[in-house]
Ligand binder design. Structure first.
Ligand code: M6P
Ligand code: ZN
Length: 187
């Protein structure tokens, strides 16, 4: 029997960086078609800001193993909609996931394939359990980077398809200085 080596790493709790992790950067241009206000999207695209960064330590896609990743989701809005991650189902749809809030404020939108949505607020110390079959997207509702850790099965995979097409049934927007979860016109 060949055993893998255990690993301990210290997440930088101020920046979200995991030393030795693979870094992925998502700019606004990577989120084409995701925001409802297309005019506001085109306008902000001139600056093409970084929307989020992911630092991931991933294993081979084998059943029983675990991946983990931090996400640094920057503050900002496209029209009234707060910056968010793309959001996905798992390719192996029955795989669950755990998120843990590190810094900043935001929340998670979750949704079943039938379009039933839930919004869970997150701050430092919040644990969110993502059950099997639920799509999940995080949203930064604050004015500083929203940083969190995610732990997920190594064989879960990402299925972006239907979220990329139709989005979630709810939008998280700012209305009169307040955070509101409203119905999406695209759904
Ligand atoms: C979390 C995890 C990752 C995911 C990342 C960004 O760190 O769920 O698996 O890739 O968020 O989310 P998305 O892939 O939806 O852009
Ligand atoms: Zn996931």
């Amino acid at each position: 029997m060949e055993y893998k080596n255990p690993l301990g790493v210290d997440i930088d709790l101020e920046t979200g960086v995991i030393p030795g992790a693979k870094k992925l950067v998502r700019r606004l241009s990577d989120l084409k078609g995701y925001f409802v206000d297309e005019k506001a999207y085109e306008e902000l695209l001139k600056e093409n800001p970084v929307v989020y960064e992911v630092y991931a330590i991933e294993q081979e896609e084998k059943d029983g193993d675990l991946n983990f990743a931090t996400t640094v989701l920057y503050p900002g809005k496209v029209g009234r909609e707060f910056f968010f991650t793309k959001g996905h189902y798992h390719s192996k749809a029955d795989r669950a996931e755990i998120y843990y809030g590190i810094k900043g404020r935001g929340g998670m939108l979750l949704q079943t394939p039938e379009g039933k949505a839930e919004w869970i607020e997150m701050g430092p110390g919040t644990v969110v359990y993502v059950p099997p079959y639920w799509a999940h997207r995080t949203v930064n509702t604050g004015d500083e980077p929203f940083i969190f850790l995610a732990i997920y099965p190594a064989d879960a995979g990402h299925d972006y398809g239907s979220i990329a097409e139709k989005g979630f049934s709810k939008l998280v927007v700012e209305e009169n200085g307040e955070v509101r979860v409203v119905d999406s016109p695209k759904w």
